[in-house]
Design a protein around this ligand. Structure first.
Ligand SMILES: *[C@@H]1O[C@H](CO)[C@@H](O)[C@H](O)[C@H]1NC(C)=O
Ligand SMILES: *[C@@H]1O[C@H](CO)[C@@H](O)[C@H](O)[C@H]1NC(C)=O
Ligand SMILES: *[C@@H]1O[C@H](CO)[C@@H](O)[C@H](O)[C@H]1NC(C)=O
Ligand SMILES: [Zn+2]
Length: 463
């Protein structure tokens, strides 16, 4: 024992000075560096060997066959059936479905037309959970605002109008509030409908849909997203003093909750089968494009990680379990029900992982957990040096794993070069054409190496 370790021992291991980022206890460095060879085997198979491009091919076949997969839709049912069969055919362990109830919103027909001062059709996508308009539509003058503050200041002008939000894009996390609560805020000041500038840093005139929430006790008005270009057009015109009238028609409606499933497959652990490293992505998507990026990529690498371990005959001490969530887009609905069912066994959940922010070139992982656990992850990340994916950032993100992390389970998400993710997010442009086979090979390798090594260590991650 060196002096620092002795000091740490005497003052207790939890001291921060004893857990410098990435430094590693001696046993950790030794135990984890023993996995270098197996990590290289996984990498070789995924990136250079027989499994090269396989996660991409799986995803392309899946999305080309099933298409997009909205919560409650026939397509989502088909997707679950497709995946269940494919995972079984792949010879994975314990393939099964776990029933959940999910929202069933249908878009129906929708259109928006500027009728004054000139005729101009707007590209729109109704927002998830929006009510429809009356059959004949809503025709009203628009009020354009750039923020909720401006809406409050101009509240007296909003009554009987269609509120258009032309908020600048700051970040997804910051700006998405206009999509999620724009309708209720507009309704509070008497608006008839709201149109929201799509939440994206880049646009080629494509609307970006997404879920929205009606505030309890506030009148529910129809709401849709419009393109960045159209939002800016409307703003410029009203700033020149022009009066704009829009005719909005939407036949969206919410039906009773539908039956669905989370889809599960494993490599069952050899020594502690009840202990779990969970890897995941969500199988549902929006009803536009193919949902290839959001979140077909996360699904494909979670499936592929298990296939890689199986092909190499690798069975870790603990179970590596892939869960393909249902109804993430409606707010992690399937994942919440999974949590409720399994939380009694929370002490057996070693690490929960989700990839839902792109499967572009991987840089490493995002992680949430105690300093001791982070140090161990830091050592594991060194095994990914051959593919330059060794970064470890804080915190982890994932709608479907947040509940576990909030309850103290270490969590991880894929850190990747996703600077273009929100260009395609929730649009007709989210197709397999956005994905790159070689980048997905690397993501699959990261996913398999991290889940395997954590599942095979002598001890679970400290929490
Ligand atoms: C994998 O995909 C890359 C990029 O599309 C392509 O150049 C390469 O030929 C593919 N390799 C295999 C084995 O399919
Ligand atoms: C919890 O763990 C026990 C023991 O491994 C197992 O028998 C049981 O099925 C688990 N419960 C759930 C809901 O997974
Ligand atoms: C990792 O980076 C090195 C040095 O820049 C480069 O030569 C190598 O091709 C990279 N490997 C991968 C898989 O990207
Ligand atoms: Zn997603």
């Amino acid at each position: 024992m060196d002096v620092l370790s002795l000091l740490c021992f005497l003052i207790g291991f939890s001291s921060n000075s004893c857990t410098p980022h990435h430094a590693g206890e001696k046993w950790e460095v030794e135990e984890i560096s023993r996995y270098a060879e197996v990590a290289q085997k996984i990498i070789d198979l995924a990136v250079y060997g027989d499994a090269r491009n396989r996660s991409y091919e799986k995803l392309a076949r899946f999305t080309d066959t099933v298409g997009h997969r909205l919560s409650g839709s026939k397509n989502l049912e088909q997707a679950i059936e497709y995946m269940y069969k494919a995972l079984k055919q792949d010879g994975l362990d314990n393939v099964h479905l776990e029933p959940v109830k999910i929202p069933h919103w249908v878009r129906g027909k929708e259109s928006a037309l500027m009728v004054k001062p000139r005729h101009h059709p707007l590209a729109i996508l109704g927002l998830g959970s929006s009510v429809g308009t009356p059959r004949e539509g809503i025709e009203a003058e628009v009020l354009v605002v750039e923020s909720f503050e401006e809406l409050k200041q101009r509240a007296s002008e909003a009554r009987g109008k269609i509120v258009v939000y032309n908020q600048p894009f700051v970040s997804y996390g910051e700006t998405a509030k206009y999509r999620s609560s724009g309708a209720s805020e507009a309704a509070k000041v008497g608006a008839l409908a709201s149109l929201i500038r799509s939440v994206t840093p880049f646009s080629i005139n494509s609307p970006h849909t997404g879920w929205q929430h009606y505030e309890e006790g506030v009148r529910q008005i129809p709401t849709a997203c419009i393109t960045v270009e159209d939002a800016q057009l409307l703003a410029r015109m009203v700033n020149r003093g022009e009066k704009i009238v829009i005719h909005l028609t939407m036949s969206a409606q919410s039906l009773p909750d539908a039956d669905s499933f989370n889809t599960v497959a494993e490599i069952t652990g050899s020594k502690y089968p009840e202990q779990v490293v969970l890897i995941s992505g969500h199988l549902d998507s929006w009803d536009v494009g193919q949902g290839a990026m959001d979140d077909g990529g996360g699904v494909a690498i979670s499936w592929e990680a298990l296939s890689l371990l199986k092909d190499l005959g690798l069975r870790p001490k603990r179970t590596v379990r892939a869960v393909l969530w249902s109804a993430e887009e409606q707010g992690g609905v399937g994942a919440q029900q999974y949590y409720n069912r399994h939380k009694a066994n929370i002490s057996n959940f070693d690490l929960v992982m989700e990839s839902d922010l792109g499967t572009f070139r991987p840089l490493g992982m995002q992680f949430s957990g105690k300093a001791e656990a982070r140090r161990i992850m830091g050592q594991v990340m060194k095994l990914l040096k051959p593919i330059n994916a060794t970064e470890l950032e804080e915190p982890a993100e994932g709608t479907d794993i947040n509940m576990w992390m909030d309850a103290g389970v270490p969590g991880a998400s894929l850190l990747n070069d996703n600077s273009k993710y929100f260009w395609f997010h929730h649009t007709h442009g989210d197709t397999i054409s956005v994905q790159d086979p070689e980048e997905m090979n690397l993501c699959s390798a990261v996913w398999a190496v991290v889940s395997y090594v954590i599942a095979d260590l002598d001890e679970m991650l400290p929490r």
